[in-house]
Write a protein that binds this ligand. Structure first.
Ligand code: AMP
Ligand code: MG
Length: 313
C-alpha cells in the first residue's frame, strides 16, 4: 500500500511503511496517533489533559499511565533546562493564541499576571493522578506530544515486524530501520527563512529521530513584528535569543521534541550545553539569526549545510 498522509495532532502526518505497509497496519498506526491526540490535546474538551486543566485548583484528576509517563519526561526536561521547556506554559499559550483565529499581542500586565501560574513545580502527581494546585494553571503538551506520538508509531510498526519506516508528524521525523539499499537515511532541516521551499541542512543517520523547533512553524504578525509560538516562560513573550531553528537528533523522539523546544528558548550556547552536558547521546543543530550554524561536535561528521548563506561556527 502507498504511504499515507492524514491530519492528526493538529498537523499533517505522513507514514511510509515501504514494502511492509498493509492497509490494516496503516490503520492501526493512524488510530494510535488519534488516540494520543485524544489524550493529550488541549483543544479537545474530552482529552485527559483538558480534564486536568478544568480541575486546576480544585482536585486531582485520574489519568492514564501514558499521560503520567510523558509528564515525567516533561518535568525532567523542565528541571534540567531551568524551566525553558515548561509543560505548565498553557496559560501563556492560551493568552497569545498563536495559531488560533484571533492571535494578538497581549497587555504586558496580563502577561505578568500569568507568570506565577506558569510554574511546573506547582504540578502534583501521585502515580495515578495529576493536580494543578492553583486555579488558572494549564498544562500544554504541544512541545512534546508529537515526539511521543512518533515513538509510538514506530513501536506499533516495529511490533508488527515492519523492516523500515518513515514517520513525519508535521516535521517531527523518525526514520526507522535500514533502508532497502543499505545507505543511510537523509533527513532535511528546513531553511527557517523560507521553510516552504528549501532546506538549510541535511543530516545522515541510521535509525533515529530528527525534531526541529522553528520560528516559522506557527506565528502571526502585528505592526511588522513576528510573534511565534514558542514562549519563553521566564518573560511570557515569544523566545527571542537569536535562534531561527533548533534541531535535536537522537533515538527517542519524545525527548528530542522537548529538547528542541528547550534549546530554542535557551539560545545557542545554553541550548548546546544542555545537550552536551545532560543528554550526551543526543545531538543538536542550531541555525541563528546572524546566519550561523552551530552544533554539538559529533553530528558535524554527518550534517551538511545546503545553503551558502550560513556558515558553520
Ligand atoms: P515545538 O514546536 O515542539 O517547539 O512546540 C511548540 C509548542 O509547545 C507550542 O505551540 C506550545 O503549544 C508549546 N510551548 C510553547 N512554548 C513552550 C515552552 N517554553 N515549553 C513547553 N512547551 C511550549
Ligand atoms: Mg518540541
Amino acid at each position: 500500500m502507498p504511504p499515507q498522509t492524514f491530519v492528526a495532532l493538529g498537523t499533517v502526518c505522513s507514514v511510509n511503511l515501504y514494502e511492509d505497509g498493509t492497509e490494516a497496519l496503516y490503520r492501526r498506526i493512524t488510530e494510535r496517533l488519534r488516540q494520543i491526540e485524544g489524550a493529550f490535546s488541549v483543544n479537545l474538551p474530552s482529552s485527559e489533559v483538558s480534564a486536568v486543566n478544568r480541575m486546576a485548583g480544585i482536585a486531582p484528576v485520574p489519568v492514564s499511565a501514558e499521560v503520567l509517563a510523558v509528564l515525567e519526561v516533561a518535568l525532567a526536561v523542565a528541571e534540567k533546562s531551568g524551566g525553558a521547556f515548561n509543560p505548565a506554559v498553557g496559560p501563556l499559550v492560551a493568552l497569545w493564541g498563536v495559531g488560533t483565529e484571533t492571535p494578538a499581542v497581549p497587555d504586558a500586565d496580563a502577561i505578568r499576571a500569568l507568570l506565577p501560574l506558569v510554574d511546573y513545580r506547582k504540578i502534583q502527581r501521585d502515580g495515578a493522578t495529576v493536580f494543578l494546585t492553583e486555579a488558572g494553571m494549564r498544562l500544554d503538551f504541544g512541545g512534546i506530544a508529537k515526539g511521543y506520538a512518533a515513538d509510538e508509531a514506530v513501536r506499533v510498526a516495529a511490533d508488527a515486524g515492519v523492516r523500515r519506516a518513515l514517520i513525519d508528524l508535521g516535521g517531527n521525523i523518525y526514520v526507522y530501520g535500514k533502508k532497502a539499499d543499505g545507505t543511510a537515511w537523509r533527513v532535511g532541516v528546513k531553511n527557517p527563512e523560507n521553510a516552504g521551499a528549501d532546506l538549510a541542512l541535511q543530516v545522515e543517520l541510521a535509525s533515529g529521530t530528527v525534531v526541529t523547533s522553528g520560528r516559522y512553524e506557527r506565528f502571526f504578525e502585528q505592526d511588522g513584528i513576528r510573534y511565534h509560538h514558542i514562549i519563553d516562560p521566564a518573560t511570557g513573550y515569544p523566545a527571542e535569543r537569536g535562534v531561527l531553528s533548533a534541531t535535536v537528533v537522537g533515538q527517542l523522539s519524545l525527548l528530542a521534541d522537548a529538547l528542541s523546544t528547550a534549546a530554542f528558548v535557551l539560545g545557542k550556547e545554553k541550548g548546546l550545553a544542555l545537550l552536551q552536558n545532560e543528554y550526551p547521546d543526543m545531538d543538536a543543530l542550531i541555525l541563528t539569526a546572524d546566519h550561523r550554524a552551530a552544533s554539538t561536535p559529533r553530528i558535524r561528521q554527518t550534517a551538511t549545510l545546503l545553503r551558502g548563506d550560513y556558515k558553520w561556527e
